[in-house]
Design a protein around this ligand. Structure first.
Ligand code: ADP
Length: 161
């Protein structure tokens, strides 16, 4: 059984993330979607809120586990017996950072492989940052994020404006 881990901020979850999750499920037996807990990043949603949104959207799939982590990624992967790190590549602009990270992670733990997946072209321009920017100006984000996430993002800006 191959267990993969898909780490990220998921602040918030978008259809791009969901696309990558579904592709990863076709390749691996079990997928741990791991929410990075980094208090220094000042996220829009708390780790508990981001985990709750992931659970609501993809939690019904028995081959998915949702978790939070705040240690070194490769150490966390090893602790849960995951041998593959999944990352999404949208465009060349993602490549440099992802390439550095893959090589650093390999140096730290050669047993863990990084696998890159590309989303459907319709999501290749999509990022959590842009979704937040559009929503902050009252733009419609319904085609970028699941309905529950859209509702939470709108509620956030209704309070923080
Ligand atoms: P970051 O790691 O920059 O904080 P996220 O945590 O939101 O970004 O994303 C986690 C992973 O999902 C990263 O590998 C990122 O490239 C990927 N990703 C984010 N949005 C998309 C998208 N629209 N299509 C494909 N992959 C995506």
């Amino acid at each position: 059984m191959t267990k993969a881990i898909y780490p990220g901020s998921f602040d918030p979850l978008t259809f791009g993330h969901v696309d990558i999750i579904n592709r990863a499920l076709k390749l691996f037996d079990h997928l741990v979607v791991a929410v990075a807990i980094n208090p220094a990043k000042a996220p829009m949603f708390t780790p508990a809120e981001r985990i709750a949104m992931l659970l609501a959207v993809v939690g019904d799939e028995s081959r998915i586990t949702i978790a939070g982590f705040q240690t070194l990624l490769v150490d966390y992967a090893t602790s849960i017996d995951a041998t593959v790190i999944i990352r999404g590549i949208r465009a060349i602009s993602d490549f440099e950072y992802e390439f550095q990270m893959a090589l650093m992670n390999r140096k730290l733990n050669p047993q863990v492989e990084t696998v890159y997946l590309t989303p459907s072209a319709q999501y290749s321009f999509l990022s959590s940052r842009l979704v937040k920017e559009v929503a902050s100006f009252d733009g419609n984000i319904d085609c970028f994020v699941p309905p529950l996430v859209a509702q939470k993002v709108r509620a956030y800006y209704a309070q923080h404006r």
